[in-house]
Write a protein of this length. Sequence first.
Length: 469
Amino acid sequence: MSFKQCAALMAAGFLLLTGLPVCAEEESTRETYEDGMFTFAYTDDGGVELCGVDPSAYAVKLPDATDGRRITGIGDGAFYGCSALQSVTFGKYIKYIGESAFENCESLQELEIPDTVETIGKYAFCGCTSLTSLTLPDDLTEIPEGMCYLNALLQDVNYPASVKSIGATAFYQCTMLPSPALPEQLESIGDYSFAICPNITEIQLPDSLKSIGPAAFFNCTGISGMTIPAEVEKIGTLCFAGCSSLTDFAVQEGNASFTAEDGILYSGGGKVLFAYPAGRTDSTFTVPDGVETIYDAAFYAAVDLQSVQFPASLRTIGSAAFEWNGLRSLTIPEGVHVIGENAFADCTSLTSVSFPASLQSIGNYAFFACTALKEVSVPAGCKEGEYAFGYTDDPDGGETPVKIDGFRKHKAIPASTVMLIVAGVLAVIIILLLVRIIRKNQLTKEEQKTLHPEKPYESIADTKEDEDE
């Protein structure tokens, strides 16, 4: 399984979080009653909550009150799966909308939430695949997790000035969503919040922002530049991975956590190469001296990159650091200890790799689906993860990876072993010489005369003198 498949599974996993509405469970512990097409439940504050709606409802207009009590909330899953629902008009006392309240209302096209609403639950409008316009209340402080998950047609949504956080997957795969006007008080953007929103071309991050979650802008293929505000302290893995039009990073002056040099994003005082813009067309890149870590997915999908030169200071290559690259050959420098999972997966043009003796571990799927790589020599003692080399996806769609034809792997003899062998040979030679010397000193006069006659040979000079006489 390659990193792209892992990312897909992570995304699919969010669907499991949506689940079924929980209102049915609450009905067993709360007093409820029916009023026409609606089911209500009494609340502790003296009001009532809308708990359910006739699933065949087409157009709904909620009354302000029922049974002499104000309707103050829309319960969890109240409209869940009302696939025919096209419009809703709220009463004037609604304060909250529960989790999955309108989930999978596939025909709902527009929704205006009144300003009386203070909170909206997770996945409230998830799966409303026809929803094109959503108006949020002015005093909303949090856009919840999964609020508009998979609402591909959503084009018009406001971001209230009071919003301080945008939850995970809030606008995941809203493929028609335009560039958002993020509020000036925003402090956090959650995991996958704007992932796979290709219609976003520009992101103006507010000065108040402090954290950006993992994969927040994953595969936002329209974004061309990104400026990190001075207050940002944390950016998650895969945050800008797959942004194939991104060519430049900038960091506002005064940021203590991140810097940008030549459009490349660094952290840790320059010791961590955090992100390389995947939209760059350069075929070569030299990692600056002093960089010790290449962060997870730092070069993810930089498809034009064919060659990378690493510095002697490098120690760690993170997970998916170079996945989906155009690399042709690699020389990992001495001093590198760790190559992470999927680090070079799907580099289908890679033909050769040279590993240092210092390498201690190679992660799972590190060179998975590198179909042009036919031979590697792995340092002795280096730990290898599952399917690290020589495997690719099953062409028939099977879940188990298949071997790459002709691939060979062998263990390199460590330098220490070579030195021991050389030392052993030298020791034998020295011992033989010593034995010979000792043996020579122990010879009798008769043995010495036999080995060394009085005139064993005549020199050229002596022969010449005899001829002159």
